[in-house]
Design a protein around this ligand. Sequence first.
Ligand SMILES: [Zn+2]
Length: 423
Amino acid sequence: MIGRWRIAKATLGLVTVILLLCLVAGCRSRGDVVERRFVLVGLDGLEWSAVEPLLEEGRLPNLEALMNRGVWCRLRSLEPKRKSPVIWTTMSTGKLPDKHGISDYVDPMTKKLFTSNVRTARTFWDILGERGLTVTVIGWLVSWPAEEVNGYMVTDYFRYPPKPDRPLPENLTYPDELLAEIELLRIVDRDIPDSEVERFFDLADAMSGEEAQRLPVEKMFREMRAISEFEGQIERFKDFFAADRTFMAVAQHIIRKHPTDISVVYLRGTDSVSHMFWAAGWPDAVGVEVAETDARVFGETVERYYVYADEMLGELVAEFGDDTTIMVCSDHGFEGPRSPNERGGIKDHGPLGVFVLAGPGVRSVGEIEETSVRDITPTILELFGLPIGVDMDGVVMMDAFEDDYLSAHPVRQIPTYEISEEE
Ligand SMILES: [Zn+2]
C-alpha cells in the first residue's frame, strides 16, 4: 500500500512539474482538436457575376480547382449593407455588429477609427490559439493594434496606415520582433514599374487628344477629362496592387520561415479595383455614362485583376500540401454604381459574396445552399472539431461536411467563448 502511495505521490509531483513547465513555456493543451493545416484567403468584394464568365473561359484555374475539389456557394453579406470592416469582423467572430462592436470605419461616438482593442467579441484565431493551434493572421481589417496571438500577426496598418504620409504607428506586428524581418517587404506605388501593371490596361487603345477634339463639345470634354485622369488612376491602381504584393510577400515569408497550423491572409485589391473600374467594364449593367476612352483602356481591368487574384491564390495554395484545408471568401459582391451620384459609397457593393472550401472531411459536391458571412467562424470551429458558442449568430455550414466527418465530430455547443469579467 505504502509503495503504491509513494508512486502515486511521485507521479503527482511529476505531473505538477510538467504543468508548471508548460505554464512557464506558455504551451497550451491541444486537447481533442482535429489536426489539420488550414488556410483562409479573404478576397475583398469578389463577385460571382464577374467570376462565373472567367471560370467558363478557364481563366481562374486555381479557384476552379478548389471548387471542383470541395464545395462552394453564394455567401450572403450583412443586411442592410455594411462596410467591409464590419463584415470582416462578423466573419472572424461569428457575431453581428451589435455584439462585436465594430459598426463602421470610424466610431460615430469618438470620431476615431475603429481599432482591434474596441472589438467586444473573440476571434476564431484567438479561440483556436488558446487551444494550442498556432496561427498567422495577415492584413485583416481592424486588426491594429496587433494582439497577442499564438503565432504571428501582421496588421492591416502595416501597409494601409490611416496616415500614409506620417511615420508608421507602433504595434504593427505580433511579436514586435517580426517587424524587422518583414519591413523590407513593404512596397508602395512608386516601387512598381509601369511594365508590371501594363497587363491590366489597354493603354494603346486610349483616345488621342486629336480624336477627342473631333467629337461634339459635350463628349469632347468628357473624353479630354478621362484622358487627363489616366495617370492618377494608374497611380491609385499601383497603390493597392503594391499593397496586395506586400501582403503576399509577407505571407510567403512567414509560411516558409515560421509555419503555423492556421494561416489567414486578407487581400483588398479585388475590392479597390472594382470601386475604380467596375463602371468601365459594365457601363450598361450599372447605368452610368462612361467615357469611351475609359471603356477602351479600363474595360477589362477588373477581370484582369480577378485573374491576378487567382494567380495569388495559386501561389498561396502552392505553399501547402494537398491535405491542407483551403477556404476562400469575400465579404460582399459588387454591382457597380446605379447612378453617378452613388459613386464611392457602399451602394455599389452587392449582397452576395464568394465562398469556397476544400480539404479533408469536406464534401466534393460543388455548389451547396447559400450561407452567410455569420457562418464562417462556426464552420471553422467545426473544421477543428470545436464547439460553437451559443451566443454566436451564425451556424455550421452542415452541407459542407462529409457525413463520416459529422458523425466523428458532431456539432457541439458551449454557452460562450467570451471571457467573463471575474476570470
Ligand atoms: Zn469589402
